[in-house]
Design a protein around this ligand. Structure first.
Ligand code: HEM
Length: 372
């Protein structure tokens, strides 16, 4: 017995389709069952049921980060992302206290100031605006704004581009970034994330990885958030914001695919998964599964008034490798959305359809107009 698989192309398995358009391939696989096989550069198993999510995310010894897809990108193949047990847990124990909900709350005024100062007037592209705003917020929350903005933009830009841009090695750019980071960490004002990270061994690499992991994820989510808030002014109000953010993260989970490498033979639903297999979970498929979500493709924040399906809502993953920046990302999204309260936001042009690159991104510009 084996898991089902979508049709392959001779010689390349699923690699050709994966490179061109992974989302339709995933959707075709999902229609065959909650766990399916792909033949990428190595044998691959993808699943999206809550049981699968618990199976993969709940077992950090069998399902390891080293050898997974994140290692393909110089942006993500470093620091805590590349660390496995027995080193991962102590590393998280060092990092977590600086990124908790409570500790990032002190950064709210600084984030809110930037959001208000950058509020656009007239027509604007939410995708480009969100990217520039998140970069400025990251520079402020990590370094008190004391980081060369052009270098930060240049360093992060490949993450916004289609594959293979985020996967290419850029030794000179990384060298310049590391040099600037060393200086920025040394002078980061107290109370910033940079000041906390400089006290940790490997803090420079962790700062670089956190900026990389936090940039396009948060920026793309913010662009979709503004797109959906347009025409619904009450969604910017305090009692609605959380559900609207939850719903954006459900429909467009920037981390659309998580990957691990299987460290030893294991078994799921009576099928053996061999050591070395690439094991994928997909928040994108889980969040669009009609057995878990009523009318999964409609945007309906009200659904978050009901209890969530356990292991069925995982925009920040779950378990020990859950996103380090979740509280910061939510704080940014909430602060920026609240800055738009009281103004009129309308659609001008754009379709929120996602495209899959290293993260899920809006496929085209999302043109909005803000009036006061
Ligand atoms: C809306 C924004 C964000 C989303 C949707 C998101 C999503 C995720 C997901 C799904 C993972 C798990 C990846 C895996 O299983 O391999 C993850 C991990 C991670 N995220 Fe985020 N993230 C966001 C923002 C941020 C921010 C702002 C930061 C930095 C401050 C950050 C730092 C990290 C780090 C360091 C990890 C690796 C954790 C580990 O391996 O222990 N993320 N994120």
């Amino acid at each position: 017995m084996n898991f089902p698989a979508p049709k392959t192309q001779p010689g390349v398995g699923h690699l050709g389709r994966w490179g061109r358009a992974p989302l339709p391939l995933l959707e075709e696989g999902a229609a065959l069952g909650p766990v399916f096989r792909l033949q990428l550069w190595r044998p691959t198993v993808v699943g999206y049921s809550p049981d699968w999510n618990r199976f993969v995310l709940g077992d950090v010894l069998t399902f390891r980060s080293k050898g997974s897809m994140s290692g393909l990108s110089p942006y993500l193949g470093a620091g805590v992302v590349r660390t496995d047990e027995p080193d991962h847990r102590p590393r998280r124990r060092e990092l977590n206290p600086h990124f908790t909900h409570r500790s990032v709350q002190d950064l709210r005024p600084c984030i809110a100031d930037i959001a208000v100062r950058r509020l656009p007037l007239g027509p604007f592209d939410a995708v480009a605006w969100a990217a520039a705003t998140v970069r400025e917020i990251l520079a402020a929350t990590f370094f008190g704004g004391l980081f060369p903005p052009r270098l930060l933009a240049q360093f992060l830009r490949p993450l916004d581009r289609a594959l293979p841009a985020p996967l290419l090695r850029r030794p000179w750019l990384f060298h310049r970034m590391n040099r600037a980071l060393a200086h920025a960490l040394a002078i980061a004002p107290s109370g910033t994330l940079g000041a906390a990270l400089r006290e940790l061994p490997g803090g420079l690499e962790e700062a670089r990885v956190a900026l990389s992991a936090g940039y396009d994820t948060t920026a793309h989510t913010l662009a979709w958030l503004l797109f959906h808030a347009a025409g619904h002014p009450w969604w910017c109000e305090p009692d609605m914001r959380e559900a609207v953010i939850d719903e954006v993260l459900r429909l467009y989970p920037a981390g659309w695919l998580g990957s691990r490498r299987c460290a030893e033979d294991t078994e799921f639903a009576g099928v053996t998964i061999a050591r070395g297999t690439l094991v994928l979970y997909s928040p994108y498929l889980t969040h669009r599964d009609p057995t878990l979500w009523k009318e999964p493709l409609s945007f309906h924040p009200g659904r978050f008034a009901d209890p969530l399906p356990p292991w069925g809502y995982i925009p920040f993953a779950a378990g020990e490798r859950t996103c380090l920046g979740r509280p910061l990302a939510r704080l940014i999204l909430d602060s920026v959305l609240s800055a738009f309260a009281g103004s009129q936001l309308d659609h001008v042009q754009g379709d929120p359809r996602p495209r899959a690159a290293i993260t899920l991104a809006p496929a085209e510009p999302l043109l909005l107009r803000r009036k006061v």
